[in-house]
Design a protein around this ligand. Structure first.
Ligand SMILES: [Zn+2]
Length: 314
């Protein structure tokens, strides 16, 4: 039997992008807060990965590489240290998938050039802002020559919205509603597949593989960083057990998953993003535990290596 593969990836959305999501003015952020994800979260993630001896994949936003020298230097070092640096688009525009092929292509090409400038290597993979795929966006990833995309988040919409906007503590505050709800099951595959270019959430024979993020079979509860860092341990452990025997486990996190208010995040943002109130030390300890589970049960490799190994089989 082939080895079961896992990957650990981090979306390096900087705080200005969180301000945009929450409709807050970016003027809330001083220079330190603007580069907090790159200056503080990236080194913390590198240390966590080094502790378990696992490689990782960083999805970086092109605009951050352009505006923040810390980001470019951090990605250079990460790449030199064996971490894959992949693209999270240039502008991180949630409407990117609807902007039309030309505009999308321009956005992705810009990010790729900045990544290549920082690391010396063009990215092999892409994660869409807001996890949204479209035929135009898929076509642009094919044109860029990526090996893979990792944008499908095939979780029940309720969980997905909670995970991305509210953070896990919102769920903890209302367990009866959120946990007992029977979510609508989405039709997108939970496992790696070749998309149909005209309908990228369906199987087809597209050139760029899709590596969806981990969600449990059945209820499609997402196993992502925000939940891993904040759910009660027994809940997390049983969620993990539901995925422990999968052929591929794609563990996705965000830079802010290892940050807290004491790092210098403005209170306006921690009010919106409640997982930021959980102490960073506690979240890091939990993530380290998950990394250890993955190391024990899977061959932990970068998403690029996953794509290379799976491409001939899909
Ligand atoms: Zn993002």
């Amino acid at each position: 039997m082939a080895a079961r593969l896992a990957s650990i990836s981090v979306d390096l959305d900087s705080l200005p992008h969180y301000c945009r999501i929450h409709g807050l003015p970016e003027s809330l952020l001083d220079a330190r807060a603007r580069s907090l994800v790159h200056a503080v979260a990236v080194p913390r993630f590198r240390e966590l990965l080094a502790t378990v001896g696992a490689p990782g994949t960083f999805f970086v936003i092109g605009e951050d590489l352009e505006s923040d020298p810390t980001a470019a230097e951090g990605m250079r070092q990460a790449h030199a240290g064996g971490i894959e640096v992949a693209s999270h688009s240039h502008s991180h525009d949630y409407a990117l998938s609807r902007r039309g092929v030309e505009a999308i292509h321009e956005d992705l090409a810009r990010a790729d050039a900045l990544i290549a400038r920082a690391t010396g290597e063009r990215p092999s993979g892409f994660r869409a802002p807001g996890y949204t795929l479209s035929p135009d966006l898929y076509a642009a990833t094919v044109a860029q020559g990526y090996l893979y995309g990792s944008s499908a988040f095939p979780a029940a919409p309720y969980y997905a919205a909670k995970a991305t906007v509210m953070g896990a503590l919102a769920i903890l505050g209302r367990p009866s509603r959120s946990v007992l709800d029977t979510p609508r099951v989405l039709l997108a595959p939970r496992v790696p597949y070749r998309p149909d270019p005209a309908r990228p959430y369906q199987r087809g024979s597209g050139a760029v593989l899709e590596l969806p993020m981990a969600v449990t079979p059945g209820v499609r509860f997402p196993f992502i960083g925000t939940f891993a860092a904040t759910l009660p341990r027994p809940v997390l452990r049983s969620t993990y057990r539901a995925l422990q025997r999968e052929a591929f486990f794609n563990f996705e996190m965000h830079g802010v998953d290892v940050l807290d208010a004491a790092d210098g995040i403005p209170p306006e943002l921690t009010r919106q993003q409640r997982d930021l109130r959980v102490p960073a030390a506690q979240k890091q300890e939990r993530l380290l535990e998950v990394f250890r589970w993955l190391k024990a049960d899977f061959d932990v490799v970068t998403l690029k290596v996953v794509a290379e190994r799976l491409a001939p089989t899909l």
